[in-house]
Design a protein around this ligand. Structure first.
Ligand code: KIV
Ligand code: ZN
Length: 502
């Protein structure tokens, strides 16, 4: 059986999803989870785009040991130098450089001729090779590129030192038959192609990203670039979980193996949802809330008799527990610790575990049944809410059936305290106004959403806010059984992210 490398771009193309803005701690948390998932390559960012991204890439290159760590760079010396400066700490660094090759991009974006693009690509790959052994090259918009020109640029960059040739369907335009044919054509017509790995990077504008990627595997590609939950520019990238479960469930078709531990898929999806603030639709394949739910009586009956009647893969194979009621009021420290290990949180500090246990105990006073989802939310909260920045000390709201409400809040930052009082159109608006007044800020709330993590009246509510500051969007989130408290904490969490970037 042939092997397929799984290249994850959640932290680079995935972070280009509108409204997603991850700080370095969040990026590191996702990178650790990707390592646990077993991905071969992690594309951690585009370092030249901001100092925050540079620092995040450097931190991950220093901390993550198993997978290849790569960063993106245009075919420009300063981009390549910056990418190298950030990833050189990795045990397995790779520079990923790209230049557009389609007529439309060369004319309207680069204002360069074919010859200029070809020379630039060769020159920059050779330059990158002088810094790093492992070089990936992408001819951007490959699927709308003249195929003879594509063959010649691929041959040239392999001669210049490229080790991986990535074929991006940048605008999600290709179809499975066409894309499979393109990969087969490259294998057949590029004479030095056996000196490089063929990779593919498909966007989902026509909903074909996964199908195109799998077709590429059938035709000779050996690396798939994908993102958790299908995140990425516009309609996103091929969803990692769909690619992996497609390869696993239909191994009979594809005959390809990979290193992914599929039982870690669900927790990875959950973490990425939480940190990016981007939910997946309920009917999303593999990780959607309904992916393993059987509604009709006939289906339920069949599954109870034998799960294979309506399930082509088991929920357990992605790490989803069928019975998720776990702990309650009488559960002790030991059971709690065991449970969080079973849920896949392994390398948590003693301190974070103790704090999470304390929160768990408080939760059992407010909520009868504690589900796996509640525990994951508590742990993620404990791991991710940074100790730095403002802390909400108290809030008070007075509201009735009339639209106007009034709120008072107190926040602290180290040894300073800040108090504010304000009116608003309902309790949440009043609360946010009071926080802004206390901190002397004037922010623009772009999005607010509230959803329950589990079911029942006592379920924990998760609040997600997006606020705009100097043309950038910052996401904050928090959970609590009190949705007003969750709202206040989510707002403060987003404000703290602004502070980190200043
Ligand atoms: O979609 C694309 O073309 C890309 C490249 C930079 C690989 O993301
Ligand atoms: Zn892309």
């Amino acid at each position: 059986m042939k092997g397929v490398y799984i290249f994850d771009t959640t932290l680079r193309d995935g972070e280009q999803t509108p409204g997603v803005n991850l700080n370095k701690i969040e990026k590191l948390e996702i990178a650790k989870q990707l390592e646990k998932l077993g991905v071969d390559v992690i594309e951690v960012g585009f370092p030249v785009t901001s100092s925050g991204d540079f620092e995040a890439v450097k931190l991950i290159a220093q901390s993550i040991k198993g997978p290849v760590i790569t960063a993106l760079a245009r075919a420009v010396k300063s981009d390549i130098d910056t990418a190298w400066e950030a990833i050189k700490y990795s045990e397995k660094p790779r520079i990923h450089t790209f230049i557009a090759t389609s007529e439309i991009h060369m004319k309207y974006k680069l204002n360069m001729t074919r010859e200029e693009v070809l020379n630039k690509a060769a020159e920059m790959v050779a330059y990158a090779k002088g810094l790093c052994r492992d070089i990936e090259f992408s001819p951007e918009d490959a699927t709308r590129t003249d195929v003879e020109f594509l063959y010649s640029i691929i041959e040239t960059v392999i001669d210049a030192g490229a080790t991986v040739i990535n074929i991006p369907d940048t605008v999600g335009y290709s179809t499975p038959k066409e894309f499979g044919g393109l990969i087969a054509g490259i294998k057949k017509n590029v004479k030095n192609i056996d000196r490089a790995i063929i990779s593919v990077h498909c966007h989902n504008d026509l909903g074909l990203a996964v199908a195109n990627s799998l077709m590429a595997i059938e035709n000779g590609a050996a690396q798939i670039e994908c993102a958790v939950n299908g995140l990425g520019e516009r309609a996103g990238n091929a969803a990692l979980e769909e690619v992996v479960m497609g390869l696993k469930t239909r191994r009979d078709c594809f005959g390809a193996t990979n290193h992914i531990i599929s039982e870690n898929i669900y927790n990875t999806s959950l973490l990425v949802k939480r940190l990016t603030g981007v939910d997946v639709q309920h009917n999303k394949a593999i990780v959607g809330a309904n992916a393993f739910a059987h509604e009709s009586g006939i289906h339920q009956h069949g599954v109870l008799n034998f799960s294979g009647t309506y399930e082509i893969m088991t929920p357990e194979s992605i790490g989803l527990n069928r019975n998720s009621i776990v702990l309650g009021k009488h559960s002790g420290n030991h059971a709690f610790r065991q449970r969080i290990k079973d849920l896949g949180f392994e390398n948590i500090s003693e301190e974070a575990e103790n704090k999470a246990f304390k929160k768990f105990k408080e939760l059992t006073d407010r909520k009868k049944e504690i589900y796996d989802e509640d525990i994951k939310a508590l742990i993620n909260d404990e791991l991710l809410i940074s100790e730095e920045g403002y802390n909400l000390q108290y809030f008070h709201i007075s509201s009735d059936s009339k639209p106007s409400a009034v709120s008072r809040v107190k926040l602290t930052l180290e040894d300073k305290s800040f108090e504010g009082e304000a009116n608003g159109d309902g309790p949440v608006d009043a609360l946010f106004n009071a926080i802004e007044k206390a901190l002397g800020m004037d922010l623009c709330l772009k999005d607010y959403s509230l959803k329950s993590i589990t079911h029942g009246r006592d379920a924990m509510g998760e609040v997600l806010v997006r606020i705009e500051n100097q043309d950038k969007i910052y996401t904050g989130r928090a959970v609590s059984t009190d949705v007003i408290e969750a709202s206040a904490k989510a707002y403060v969490n987003a404000i703290n992210k602004i502070l980190e970037k200043i």
